[in-house]
Design a protein around this ligand. Sequence first.
Ligand SMILES: NC(=O)c1ccc[n+]([C@@H]2O[C@H](COP(=O)([O-])OP(=O)(O)OC[C@H]3O[C@@H](n4cnc5c(N)ncnc54)[C@H](OP(=O)(O)O)[C@@H]3O)[C@@H](O)[C@H]2O)c1
Length: 376
Amino acid sequence: MKMTVGVGLLGCGTVGANVADRLHREREVIERRSGVRYEVRAVAIRDLAKARPESLDRRLFTRDARAIVDDPNVDLVIELVGGTTDAAELVERALDRARHVVTANKDLLATQGPRLMALAASRGSALRFEGAVAGAIPVVRTLGEALAGDEILSVAGVINGTCTSILSAMEQGSTFADALARAQQLGYAEADPSNDVSGTDAAHKLALVAQLAFDLGVISPRIARTGIVRVTQRDVARARMLGLRIRLVAATLRTSEGILAEVAPALVREGHDFAATSGAENVLHVRARDAGALVLRGAGAGGPATASAVLGDVVTVLRTLADRRDLPARGRAHALAPAFAVGPFFEGNARMAELPEYPVWEESAGIVRGRALVKA
Ligand SMILES: NC(=O)c1ccc[n+]([C@@H]2O[C@H](COP(=O)([O-])OP(=O)(O)OC[C@H]3O[C@@H](n4cnc5c(N)ncnc54)[C@H](OP(=O)(O)O)[C@@H]3O)[C@@H](O)[C@H]2O)c1
């Protein structure tokens, strides 16, 4: 008889509700693909009175997230609570009890990832987080698994949909404030958009990208970031007259001394992949020694898209549990090298006399600089 894996879900909001609904409705296909039966034992929420997907049995809901993590019948914890306070305690507690963890929490992993990965490694637990970077786009697998036999040289992209939608609306004549209000109406921007517009959200994602690409314990506070709050309609219009667009670009590059990593609004020529992004769409350019240049593009946020990434991780954990491998679906759960330098990426980029506050995005400039530094 097949084993049954106990699943505990923490959070049933934008992403969690999608995950919970699909774990229920698509059980047959998920079990067939993973080769193991599972049972959702409980779902943690804050407000028991809120409306939830109708497919879910009300008896599963609890306000006691800790009890789920402590339940010996829960083998896999899916953390979709968000933030760095409760989520940190819950994920740490789950890993400490040798539960496998799937999360989409970039804030947590970008600030405490190296510590949590070391903990997961010490317990032989999985810690998977495909949903934490660029929603549905398989960035984590591409960098951490598909390219694990190569050497990643640089990763750069447009990875914050709120900023993209604000900058695109400003190109159509909106002010920053109007564009932000519209992004909130469309659901791209959260009620408190400060993490997005300050560049912090993109810096969090870039920290994870750098952890995966370079196997280094990069944490987000070490990454220089400039947000888009100072971008004016005049700057956007002037850029367009020059055949350019302003996009919040996140870029990282390995050098001989450490890495360069930075998030900043940059001038991107029209026709470039980064300029063509709109709304919640993300795009990433990856350069690897042997694989060459790769482009990843797709839905960078949203409940269903992020749930797709989360469920992919869930299937991976279930599969390895079904196979009873000794190191169950560990994902990136190994200790990362801590000591290295993180420098600003855009310092050496060209500037234009008309818009001197913005670096000009030149993919080749970064690559040439990286090579020079590696040789130095
Ligand atoms: N939304 C996206 O497009 C997206 C994309 C990529 C990654 N993510 C990441 O996915 C995670 C979840 O995001 P989300 O947008 O789904 O958030 P959300 O809509 O705010 O949902 C959070 C859920 O967690 C519950 N919760 C919060 N604190 C709790 C606690 N202490 N105990 C029990 N339950 C608690 C909330 O309960 P109530 O429902 O009762 O309030 C809610 O159900 C975050 O880490 C986020 O960064 C989101």
